[in-house]
Design a protein around this ligand. Structure first.
Ligand code: 5RP
Length: 223
């Protein structure tokens, strides 16, 4: 099976975590797109979704799934999202699709984070994938220096030659060269730097379950 087929497999497997009659939290990315397509097959059995990005919102609506603002709903039972990396404790790096801030908001509003990922995303230590950080543009140059001071190399993410602008109107730094051995501490520390909107380490909002797509089928990891 290729990577795309593994994504389809876990996207479909995630349906078993969707609670009938309720609102489901929906992440962002190519794996989540497979989940959204699968979710359309049971759209008459859910109330709708809270979405973590404009891209997911558009896809959900195009398939006839009602999308609620996060402020319109209370606690959500399940949040389904992908990851750029996940370790064997359920800690993740996310934000490859630039949606990390809204992803963390919806994850924080949800009782259970179900991560869907192909097996290439499983790592021993987080940091092979450059850590995305959403930042206020005014703080960019100082934050580049602060990451350099901790041994990382940060770059502003570009789109069509210009800084990418997130759904929240901010920029993304991608930080290479970090080995994140203590994700809880790392997340807390970076989130305190003035100008950081959200760091793409999900340790306080870690996964409870990971549906990992492998050539042998879906492996369920519980943390
Ligand atoms: C978007 C994310 C995605 O979950 C992450 O980038 C994984 O994406 P994909 O499923 O396309 O590999 O965090 O901000």
């Amino acid at each position: 099976m290729n990577q795309d087929e593994l994504k389809t497999l876990v996207g479909q497997a995630a349906l078993q975590y969707v609670v009938p009659g309720e609102i489901v939290g929906v992440g962002t990315g190519s794996t989540v797109n497979k989940f959204i397509d699968a979710l359309a097959t049971m759209k008459d059995r859910i109330r709708g979704a809270v979405s973590s990005s404009n891209a997911s919102t558009e896809r959900l609506k195009a398939l006839g799934i009602p999308v609620f603002d996060s402020n319109e709903v209370g606690q959500i039972s399940v949040y389904i999202d992908g990851a750029d990396e996940i370790d064997n404790q359920g800690f993740m790096i996310k934000g490859g699709g630039a949606a990390l801030t809204r992803e963390k908001i919806v994850a924080a509003q949800s009782s259970q984070f179900v991560c869907i990922a192909d097996e290439s995303k499983l790592v021993d230590v987080l940091g092979r994938f450059p850590v995305p950080v959403e930042v206020i543009p005014m703080a960019t140059q100082r934050l580049l220096r602060q990451f350099a001071g901790m041994g990382g190399t940060a770059r502003v993410r570009l789109k069509d030659g210009r800084p990418l602008v997130t759904d929240n109107g901010q920029h993304i730094l991608d930080v290479k060269g970090l080995q994140i051995s203590d994700p809880l501490r790392f997340e807390s520390e970076i989130n305190q730097w003035p100008g950081v909107v959200t760091v793409g380490v999900f340790a306080h909002q870690k996964a409870a379950v990971c549906l990992l797509g492998t050539t042998g089928g879906v492996k369920i990891l519980e943390f």
